[in-house]
Design a protein around this ligand. Structure first.
Ligand code: GLY
Length: 389
């Protein structure tokens, strides 16, 4: 399948406690020198510095890129760990939130890399959630035409999805993620202990990515989520750990087969076509994961019409998202005309048609020949969705 799975317990001398850690490696057939070492578990945060320093040679310099909130929790700790490992490192901080995933923030991070005298042999560590991974990764792709980097995800969203697969981007006035690059991280270390500082609303929102992965790729995982959704909200419950790891492994398989989204990787955009438009139309009212949750429900309705997805499946989707505490209908006051306009700006939109990654059933994507997405006229989408506003 392109990646190796291995279970292990970390026991070496520098570890402050024994931790159960799952490790695997993403191997990209077209990029023989670009393996990504993935570790999920607890107590891992302390070990990331050691790993980072092992990847960096001699006197090369490094930076941590993080937002103000996450840096206040973990920035100094990571800095001190890196310095103990003799990796000369500086911390570059930007204001938190999707509204700061901008060209301007990216410019400030790039200036920070120059000021920190990070050369082509340097290293970048993105410490935080999806926004930090996207900005840090894009800065790593651009600085000196590309330096190595790693992700230390601290949110459910990043651990379930965005930290893996090398998509990096900033938003432009014309749309979300419009300027970006594929730039694979050398490693992803997800320390579940860092979820303790994640506000509940963000914690829940990230779980929309878990539900997305399950509905498209793993019916068994979907059933497990349904059987005890509240356990997912318990930070120290192994159910959560298993669900995040399952998503990471599923995503690793997909990106191994289709790194650049020529086909199969588009399946991971389920819920996102409407979700991205809703997120923009709601002007900051919805977190990304919340918009994806609503998008998943609306795209399940679309799938009933286009792929024969069972209406009972849509009901299961609604029940699961509600049990997790996520929204399943658009917020009041969203303007349908604005939403239609935003759908037309989707990266996959062409001449009045938008492409959707749709489920055929719970755990099974709709794939037609080599087409992983279905084109639908925006007018048709709006006439179907119009009834829901
Ligand atoms: N978030 C979907 C992907 O990485 O392809």
């Amino acid at each position: 399948v392109g990646f190796v799975a291995e279970e292990s317990a970390l026991t070496d001398g520098n570890c402050t406690r024994d931790s159960s850690v799952e490790k695997f490696e993403i191997v990209f057939p077209g990029l023989p020198h670009k393996h990504c070492f993935v570790q999920y578990g607890r107590g891992l945060f302390e070990r990331a510095a050691e790993f980072a320093s092992s990847l960096v040679s001699g006197r090369a310099r490094a930076v941590i890129v993080s937002d103000e909130t996450i840096a206040s929790y973990y920035g100094e700790r990571l800095l001190s760990n890196l310095n103990k490992c003799n990796l000369s490192t500086e911390l570059i901080i930007f204001p938190p939130g999707e509204s700061n995933k901008t060209w301007e923030t990216l410019g400030a991070v790039l200036r920070g890399l120059v000021e920190a005298k990070v050369g082509r042999d340097g290293f970048l560590i993105a410490l935080g959630g999806g926004v930090t991974g996207d900005i840090g990764g894009l800065a790593a792709a651009l600085h000196c035409r590309g330096i190595d980097w790693m992700q230390l995800p601290t949110t459910t969203l990043a651990m379930a999805d965005s930290a893996l697969g090398g998509k990096t981007a900033v938003n432009l006035a014309g749309g979300k993620n419009l300027a970006g690059a594929f730039h694979q991280p050398a490693a992803v270390f997800a320390d579940l202990d860092t979820l303790a500082t994640l506000p509940l609303r963000h914690f829940r929102a990230g779980l929309a990515e878990v539900v997305k992965t399950a509905v498209m790729l793993d019916g068994e995982l979907f059933s497990q989520l349904e059987s005890s959704p509240l356990e997912l909200l318990e930070q120290d419950n192994s159910r959560l750990e298993r669900a995040l790891l399952a998503c990471a492994r599923l995503k690793a398989g997909v990106v191994t087969r289709d790194e650049r989204e020529a086909g199969e990787r588009a399946l991971l955009n389920a819920g996102h076509t409407i979700g991205h438009a809703l997120e923009a139309a709601a002007s900051g009212l919805l977190l990304h994961g919340e918009a994806v949750a609503v998008g998943l429900v609306l795209e399940c309705r679309l799938a009933e019409w286009i792929t024969g997805f069972p209406p009972a499946g849509t009901q299961r989707m609604i029940n699961l998202l509600q049990a997790i505490g996520l929204p399943t209908i658009p917020p009041e006051g969203i303007d349908a005309g604005r939403l239609a306009g935003l759908l037309g700006l989707d990266k996959k939109a062409r001449r009045g048609m938008v492409r959707f990654a749709l489920p055929a059933d719970i755990g099974k994507p709709h794939v037609s020949g080599r087409e992983y997405t279905s084109p639908v006229e925006i007018d048709k989408v709006m006439s179907l969705l119009g009834r829901m506003f």
